[in-house]
Design a protein around this ligand. Structure first.
Ligand SMILES: Cc1ncc(COP(=O)(O)O)c(C=O)c1O
Length: 391
């Protein structure tokens, strides 16, 4: 068994700055780095030596199995990659677009779940529509989705947890609506994986993308794409290479891997994969329910500390089951950037601003976040005001 105090002690520099930015990039515990380095050193002795190459290939498959287990998927349905956005690109570029097709997004999507669709729209004469998450409760959101699905929607692509408000969308109900309409649902789990339980079978989605470098505490540039088996051949793989094939000949004959492994090709960094696996094993050592419970409790404690402060508006839902691992808030009269800089430069507290020109900041919590850090955050925010920024 591992505890959060021990986990915290494994993170170098954790006391230098109060780190409320795990939803962007997490700090990394030493065992994650140790395994990454260990495997890079091991491989460096001769990457092409059969014993070394085989051990590395086995590690990749073990990591795939561990990621699959973490989201209740079959390993055959999981592609390992560098980040959530890679998975979104594979899906977006894998659809046989027809002019007039519609892509349904929401008004809370990260650029990673917007840019590629915007380009698809320009290139293929596809229309984009946006479900409004602001001001819509779950019932209203579902009604809006049902109505939007009357159009020729080719895919719905939504964040499982909104990075704009920290709200968990009603994904199972949305996936039922999509299934009734025969429209695939992609869930962007960048803000969900490692923060709340993710069970792709229960969610009923067709595709799920995730990052390993956020709440999981894995190395930078780790992630995965889940492709439900019946959607595998629906996607036309746009990038392929060595290892994508099951068989091929010298005359153009090609049979692709009958699994999501077909999207993987070429040479990759074994250190990232080893570190990703070790990060998952650290959660095993703490226990996944305890991991999620600690994050939820830290979020609740932070809301309780910040909500009473004058001028602070909490944008994250008050219902615990609608929350992920973050608290989004704004401070009256200040931009998000002003809050971010004041907290970092005056109080050594790192949060994340939302987008330039907006007032929201995002505070992400983790099991390693201490009471003292939450108290420091509350005192520092209490001291903020438009007048304090100009002085
Ligand atoms: C909702 C959401 N989607 C996608 C991303 C991009 O993640 P990645 O860097 O793993 O591609 C982020 C990053 O913060 C995010 O919050």
């Amino acid at each position: 068994m591992l505890g959060f105090a021990e986990l915290r002690a494994m993170i170098a520099g954790i006391d230098d700055v109060a780190y409320f930015q795990t939803s962007g990039f997490s700090p990394k515990p030493a065992p994650v780095l140790d395994d990454a380095i260990h495997w890079m050193r091991f491989q460096a002795r001769g990457p092409a030596l059969p014993a070394i190459a085989d051990a590395c290939a086995t590690l990749v498959e073990q990591t795939r199995a561990d990621v699959a287990a973490a989201i209740n998927a079959s390993p055959d349905d999981v592609m390992l990659n560098e980040n959530a956005t890679v998975g979104i690109n594979i899906v977006a570029n894998g659809i046989a677009w027809r002019p007039g097709d519609v892509v349904l997004l929401s008004d809370h999507e990260h650029p990673g779940n917007r840019v590629v669709w915007y380009e698809i729209a320009r290139r293929h004469d596809v229309q984009l529509r946006f479900l409004p998450l602001d001001g819509a409760d779950d019932a209203q959101l579902l009604r809006a989705a049902a109505s939007a699905l009357q159009a020729p929607v080719r895919i719905v692509s939504l964040s499982h947890v909104s990075r704009r408000s920290g709200r968990v969308i009603p994904a199972p109900s949305l996936s039922r609506l999509c299934a009734q309409a025969g429209v695939p649902l992609l869930l962007d789990g960048a803000q969900a994986f490692g923060a709340i339980p993710v069970d792709v079978a229960a969610l009923g989605c067709d595709f799920y993308v995730l990052s390993g470098h956020k709440y999981i505490l894995g190395p930078q540039a780790t992630g995965a794409l889940y492709v439900r088996h019946d959607r595998l051949d629906w996607l036309r793989p746009s990038w392929l290479g060595s290892r994508s094939q099951q068989t091929m000949d010298q005359h153009g004959g090609l049979v692709l891997q009958p699994s999501a492994r077909r999207f993987e090709f070429g040479t990759r960094n074994i250190g990232d994969i080893a570190g990703f696996r070790r990060a998952l094993h650290m959660i095993d050592a703490i226990g996944w329910p305890a991991w999620f419970a600690a994050i939820a409790e830290r979020v609740a404690t932070t809301i309780a500390a910040l909500a009473p402060l004058p001028g602070v508006v909490i944008e994250t839902p008050m219902l615990a089951e609608q929350r992920g691992g973050m608290v989004c808030l704004r401070v009256a009269g200040l931009t998000g950037s002003e809050v971010y800089h004041a907290l970092l430069e005056r109080a050594h507290i790192l949060v994340s601003p939302f987008e330039p020109g907006t007032a929201t900041v995002r505070v992400s919590l983790h099991g390693f976040t201490t009471d003292h850090e939450i108290e420091r955050l509350a005192s520092a925010i209490a001291a903020l005001s438009p007048a304090s920024i100009t002085t």
